[in-house]
Design a protein around this ligand. Structure first.
Ligand SMILES: Cc1cc2nc3c(=O)[nH]c(=O)nc-3n(C[C@H](O)[C@H](O)[C@H](O)COP(=O)(O)O)c2cc1C
Ligand SMILES: [Mn+2]
Length: 477
């Protein structure tokens, strides 16, 4: 692998000209607003990662980092992929890597930079770190966004980590929100059902590869550590947390560990969400009572600022999600998949496009149903659009042209009810109890008369090439 840890990675990102350092910005809304402006209004197709230092009121060197993987180059570096020309090439490279990915379990080591500082018991103070208040209507400061919430299945023994948001309540308490069906929720519930505390460690600064594994749907029962090790081609080094016995990344920047006790809840939210709304509002959620905090010298708190898309992490979410859905389609046996793109406008979940070369009747519906039902594409999905292979799924204009010209509402849209959603869905009322519906829009030429479908009005490749050779230089001057 090209780099060892986040610090190494940051040096490489800086060499590529993709790191912006900002000094003097406040944790109190300013980091959030700066990140929003850079990612929404910035002119670059590849906005930089943003490292904040000299935060007023905080020790110099206690930093925050936003926008970790939001560019094709940073994705390639993080995932060990060749640098790609287009977004779809990044997706394809990720999918290719998944084809023969060998899982590599983590390696337990005795020491690591994360142990440079350990605050125990009374010394724990989460406000030692410049934890941001990200948006004006947020209910508190969120220490856990680009994070790994690490738990162990009490029956099956496997270790999961997911990115589940965590709001600081006081120096030693974090309320965390896990959506229904997420692996961390399934683990936590098993402890709570027996009246036992759930040991939890939250790593809030780590190798961005771990963040990509954390924030995306890796299959149930497979540890994200093994998956990330597979991508790295070597085991992730972990040390064992003193209180929880959980493995924590030895090269992490900051890790907090403690336990959530059944019935011990505190308000969580509102928090600006990836859909672009404050849908889940504020409600009581389990609290982690923090026992130990481990951190490197000059620690970097990794952050992600969700909000009306695009956000500082929506690009990488779309890439990973697209590759995972593509992989699931192929593994289940749907042939001729040309590309998948989970549009950033849908936060990588609500508007997903699959391109196929149709080969038999019902092929396009099959692709749509599998994409909608895939593990990576199911939670909080809404629209799946299936297009022919002449449409690049990442080209919004062409996708809309296909919907407009090749689908017929009475024939081409299938609705599926009672699907997996949750409190973050802005379009379902609380009474729906977490169900939503799906539309599969089949925007392929109808298979039964596709050969009679009107021809597309555009020059043949030969005419285009001949014309460009003769006139090309002068046409765009
Ligand atoms: C930045 C970021 C924040 C997220 N916040 C939450 C959250 O607060 N709660 C949640 O359930 N899922 C959240 N997710 C989605 C989960 O991390 C994602 O579904 C992941 O697959 C969960 O891990 P699991 O599949 O092991 O449950 C977030 C994802 C990202 C990238
Ligand atoms: Mn998982």
């Amino acid at each position: 692998m090209a780099y060892k840890d986040l610090r190494d990675w940051l040096n490489l990102v800086e060499e590529k000209g993709e790191l912006k350092k900002i000094e003097g910005a406040s944790w109190d809304l300013e980091m959030g607003a700066i990140t929003e402006i850079i990612y929404k209004e910035g002119k670059s197709a590849a906005p930089p990662a943003v490292l904040f230092d000299k935060v007023p009121g905080y020790a110099e060197g206690f930093r925050t980092l936003f926008g970790l993987t939001t560019s094709p180059k940073r994705m390639a570096l993080t995932l060990g992929l060749p640098e790609a020309k287009s977004d779809l090439d990044v997706v394809r490279a990720y999918r290719d890597k998944l084809k023969d990915l060998k899982m590599i379990p983590p390696r337990v080591v005795q020491d690591g930079p994360v142990l440079e500082n350990v605050d125990r018991g009374e010394d724990v103070n989460l406000f030692k770190f410049p934890v941001p208040l990200m948006h004006e209507l947020d209910g508190g400061r969120y220490i856990g966004t680009a994070c790994l919430v690490i738990t162990r299945d009490p029956d099956e023994g496997w270790v999961n980590f997911g990115a589940y948001r965590g709001m600081v309540h006081d120096e030693k308490s974090v309320a965390f929100y896990v959506s229904p069906g997420k692996h961390g929720m399934l683990h936590r519930q098993k402890y709570f059902d027996r009246g036992q505390p759930c040991p939890v460690a939250i790593c809030v600064g780590a190798d961005p590869l771990l963040f990509l594994a954390s924030g995306n749907e890796i299959p149930y029962g497979l540890s994200e550590y093994d998956y990330a090790g597979g991508f790295k081609g070597e085991p992730i080094d972990v040390v064992i947390g003193e209180y929880t016995g959980l493995p924590i990344p030895a090269h992490a920047e900051i890790v907090i560990e403690g336990e959530a006790i059944p019935g011990d809840n505190l308000g969580e939210g509102p928090f600006g969400e990836w859909t672009g709304y404050y849908a889940s509002a504020g409600r009581p959620e389990p609290v982690i009572r923090v026992k130990n905090v481990y951190y490197r010298n000059n620690p970097i708190l990794c952050c992600a600022r969700p909000g009306r898309p695009p956000s500082d992490y929506s690009y990488s979410k779309c890439v990973v999600k697209s590759a995972l859905i593509w992989d699931e389609l192929e593994k289940i046996g749907v042939p001729n998949v040309n590309g998948v793109w989970c549009h950033e406008a849908g936060g990588g979940r609500m508007f997903n496009i699959v391109s196929i070369k149709q080969a038999y009747p019902g092929h396009s519906r099959q692709a749509g149903l599998v994409a909608a039902g895939s593990h990576a594409g199911n939670y909080l999905g809404r629209y799946v659009v299936v297009v022919d292979d002449d449409i690049d799924p990442s080209n919004t204009f062409d996708v809309l042209w296909a919907i407009a010209s090749r689908s017929e509402p009475t024939e081409s849209i299938e609705i599926i009810r009672k699907c997996w959603s949750g409190p973050l869905d802005p379009r379902i009322p609380v009474e729906s109890k977490g169900f939503n519906s799906r539309a599969i829009i089949d925007a392929c030429r109808p298979y039964d008369w596709k050969d009679k479908f009107p021809a597309v009005v555009e020059s043949s490749p030969e005419l285009r090439e001949k014309t460009l050779q003769k006139w090309g230089d002068s046409l765009f001057e």
